[in-house]
Ligand binder design. Structure first.
Ligand code: NDP
Length: 333
């Protein structure tokens, strides 16, 4: 069995030397209640960077020299658990291993005939639920308002913007390449999009794209992009703080503008969240996302990298903006 363990806690940007491939010779005989799984797709996500550090957070850090875990889709090869049978596909938080034994706890069956299996790691999985929960529960959108989304061409951002359009918002996306900006307005129906890498004055560019100001900001990146949005917020704006990828690799505390005056003078709300806060609305969210997908109101893209050995690279590429939509690694059939 191939396994990827955390070799070192990354300093700054993660690098290949932080990971190690090892062969695990664990016996794969399952006991009563257990299932034997073969990995099909592995999700790589920016938040895993946080778990690679030993700083206190909402999930415990990964242990050194132990397998890294993330969202995984796996095939049941053998089962001694009543809930699963051979041939089923499941999703769960699992080790970066080609095969593993599970007690079945936390595993959900996924139906590959309703949607491609990888979609259960993206639009019908954690990132779709994050987009839906953050936008509806904190953003509290009202038709006609203006929504700005950063990290807009990624897994969460591309869904946030589309839901915004379905709910009648004017939607502006911010992303890192011309190709992504083009994709946002042509494929995902955003009203406007800005390439932060080629725009000198982001504050002015946002003002131009949002002449009526910004009512909702769905923030996936933090840093200077978010500062530029703050200069454009309206009274009673809602700032949905989902992610801050631009600072995840920082080794020093960044110098930043002070957000308080903007919040005070605009009576604005800024709220961070983690998707699991909204577990009670997941059934409703899944139903709504599936319906919109089947009606063609919602679409998605993904970047599929092939091969177990590519998992660390795919993860590191998130910080280089190499993905469009959800980044997943295909490991097996
Ligand atoms: P994405 O699919 O958006 O991938 C990451 C993207 O971030 C890249 O494609 C890149 O796009 C952009 N990026 C990378 N570095 C920078 C930078 N320095 N400045 C600006 N943009 C950058 O990932 P996800 O959709 O999975 O996650 C998006 C955000 O949401 C992350 O911050 C993540 O941690 C957070 N998140 C939070 C959750 C929660 O519960 N709160 C749950 C899930 C995700 P580009 O080319 O545009 O730069």
């Amino acid at each position: 069995i191939k396994t990827i363990i955390l070799k070192n806690r990354p300093e700054g940007k993660p690098s290949m030397s932080d990971f190690e491939f090892v062969t695990d010779n664990t016996d794969l005989t399952i006991k009563e209640g257990e299932v034997l799984l073969e990995t099909t797709y592995v999700s790589v996500d920016p938040y895993l960077r946080g778990r690679m550090s030993d700083a206190k957070s909402y999930v415990p850090p990964f242990q050194l020299n132990k397998p890294i875990q993330s969202g995984v889709i796996a095939k049941v090869l053998e089962s001694k658990n009543d809930k699963f049978k051979k041939g089923d596909f499941v999703s769960g938080m699992l080790d970066w291993k080609t095969k593993q034994i599970s007690t079945g706890e936390g595993l959900l069956k996924v139906d590959g005939s309703k949607a491609p299996l990888s979609a259960y790691l993206g639009i019908l999985g954690m990132t779709g639920l994050t987009a839906y929960s953050g936008l509806t529960q904190i953003g509290k959108p009202k038709a006609g308002e203006t929504l700005v989304v950063s990290g807009a061409a990624g897994a969460v951002g591309s869904v946030v913007g589309q839901i915004g359009k379905i709910l009648g918002l004017n939607v502006i996306g911010i992303a890192g390449t011309d190709e992504k900006v083009e994709m946002l307005t042509t494929e995902f129906g955003f009203d406007a999009a800005i390439n932060y890498n080629t725009t000198d004055n982001m504050t002015a560019a946002i003002a131009e794209a949002a002449p009526n100001g910004v009512d909702i900001y769905f923030d996936n990146v933090g840093g200077p992009i978010s500062d530029a949005v703050l200069f454009n917020i309206n009274q009673f704006a809602r700032l949905v703080i989902c992610g801050a990828i631009s600072v995840y690799n920082n080794t020093e505390v960044p110098k930043s503008i002070s957000v308080q005056p903007f919040l005070i003078k605009n009576s604005a709300l800024m709220q961070g969240f983690i998707v699991s806060n909204y577990a009670e609305i997941f059934p409703e969210a899944m139903k709504q996302l599936s319906t919109w997908l089947s009606e063609g109101k919602l679409t998605y893209t993904e970047t599929v990298v092939e091969g177990f050995d590519q998992i660390p690279n795919a993860f590191m590429d998130l910080f280089e903006g190499k993905n469009k939509g959800k980044m997943v690694v295909k490991v097996g059939e």
